[in-house]
Design a protein around this ligand. Structure first.
Ligand code: UD1
Length: 416
């Protein structure tokens, strides 16, 4: 339950990146032994990945707040069951490491989701290039590879998941792999640095061409997850709508260059601080056009946040989605119910800013859109009640408490 508020003031601690932590956890399949991961957020997607690794026979513990200890023994059940893949599509990243280590994997086929179809053809193409074969039966994908052999993989699109699966398979393949048109997200660079510390030989991660020289064995390591740029963006959006001055402790501005530039055009002032980012927002933002693209472009995950900011900004902004097709605009109907003036046209949304939104009961359709509805509530008269808030828990630790900590008028009513 959110009420209008602001100006926001104070410090928010930004946690580790969900989209990195999940892949690092999957990478522990690659070698037996004991791993320590620091800065792992307490979110339900991490719980789901823990459940998945546990179901495969790994031992996952969280001795203190943000540290995970993972023990990978000799025996692993190379199978990802439907209940878990269905709960979290990112489970598909166990495919590459399972194949690389055990030559076999049985993974439930992920279905579509609220964003529309989410195919895995590029994941399979990359692994096929390394020598894997596939069969689908009863809703499961069975993958086999006697030996993975290094190859040149050209991705049709810089898919994050496909790059990660190829990378985790190539690291133990025989010979050299080149991944061309690779995704460049900071979370990929984090995964590569984890693999390199384990003894892998990965060069160029973070650029479009990744070279992997296959090694025979890897060894477990201790690693700290990179900060979550999307969590940081969410608090910047809250600030953009409510106004004020906030420090985001732990955020990495060099992972958010385009975002910082775009928010600057909207009137915010953002600069690196000693341990993160300092940001200030005027009373009302100015509208801009926004186009989502693979990194280093503006992330598709920022899009609902931009739409929420533009809904109360001065002027008209056009938001264009280039990463996901289909229905990633569903939350817009909810914003319109709050009085926003938004029209969608294919993969464009035309947002005409209004002075104030009007608080209403709304429903979160997914993680980022859920957060966008919450921050929109900061710029809406009266009370906004965001239902299905469990979506937010998938990717945000203590979101409500952190917002309250900088002065927002928000409470969590129930645990759903
Ligand atoms: C990851 C992120 C997600 C983010 C997305 C894009 C995680 C857990 N999730 O998702 O938050 O929004 O990157 O930055 O890290 N595609 C295909 N075939 C494939 C694979 C992808 O057509 O085999 C398409 C997808 O449908 C989508 C586009 O490629 O249109 C990008 O998807 P991808 O980069 O793979 O996203 P994810 O790794 O699923």
């Amino acid at each position: 339950m959110v009420r209008p508020g602001g100006p926001l003031e104070g410090t928010v601690r930004i946690g580790g990146a969900k989209n990195s932590a999940l892949k690092l956890m999957a990478a522990t399949i690659l070698a037996p032994g004991d791993y320590v991961l620091h800065n792992v957020p307490r979110i339900s997607d991490v719980e789901t990945m823990s459940d998945l690794l546990t179901s495969m026979g790994l031992d996952v513990r969280r001795p203190d707040g943000h540290t995970l200890r993972i023990h990978r023994g000799a025996d692993v059940v190379p199978e990802a069951p439907y209940e878990l893949v269905e709960r979290m599509r990112a489970s598909i990243v166990v495919l590459g490491p399972l194949l690389a280590r055990f030559g076999y994997a049985k993974v439930a086929l992920p279905g579509g989701d609220d964003f529309g179809p989410r195919p895995i053809d590029m994941h399979l193409k990359g692994l096929h290039d390394l020598g894997a074969t596939f069969e689908t039966k009863h809703g499961y994908l069975e993958a086999r590879a006697e030996n993975l052999v290094g190859a040149r993989i050209v991705l049709e699109y810089p898919s994050v998941g496909a790059t990660e699966n190829a990378l985790m398979a190539a690291v133990l393949a025989k010979g050299t792999t080149v991944i061309d048109n690779a995704a460049r997200e900071p979370e990929i660079a984090d995964l590569a640095s984890f693999l390199n510390r384990m003894g892998g030989q990965v060069l160029g991660a973070g650029s479009s061409t990744i070279h992997v020289l296959g090694v025979e064995e890897l060894t477990p390591v201790e690693h700290t997850v990179v900060p979550d740029r999307i969590e940081a963006a969410s608090f910047l959006a809250a600030l953009g709508i409510a106004g004020g001055e906030v420090t985001l402790e732990g955020a990495r501005s060099d992972h958010m260059d385009m975002l910082v530039a775009k928010l600057g055009q909207m009137g915010m002032r953002i600069s690196p601080s000693e341990d993160g980012l300092w940001a200030m927002s005027p009373r009302r933002l100015s509208a801009v056009d926004v186009v989502t693209l693979p990194y280093p472009g503006l992330a598709t995950d920022y899009k609902p946040l931009f739409v929420a900011m533009l809904a109360v900004a001065d002027g008209v902004g056009i938001v264009t989605e280039n990463v996901f097709g289909g229905g990633r605009f569903r939350y817009i109907d909810e914003l319109v119910r709050m009085g926003a003036d938004i029209r969608t046209e294919g993969h464009h949304a035309i947002v005409r800013g209004v002075e104030r939104l009007s608080g209403a009961p709304v429903k979160a359709p997914d993680i980022r859109a859920g957060v966008a509805l919450v921050v929109a509530g900061l710029g809406a008269d009266g009370e906004t009640v965001v239902h299905d808030a469990f979506h937010v828990d998938r990717g945000y630790e203590g979101f409500v408490d952190k917002l309250r900590g900088v002065g927002a008028d928000i409470v969590r009513e129930r645990s759903t």
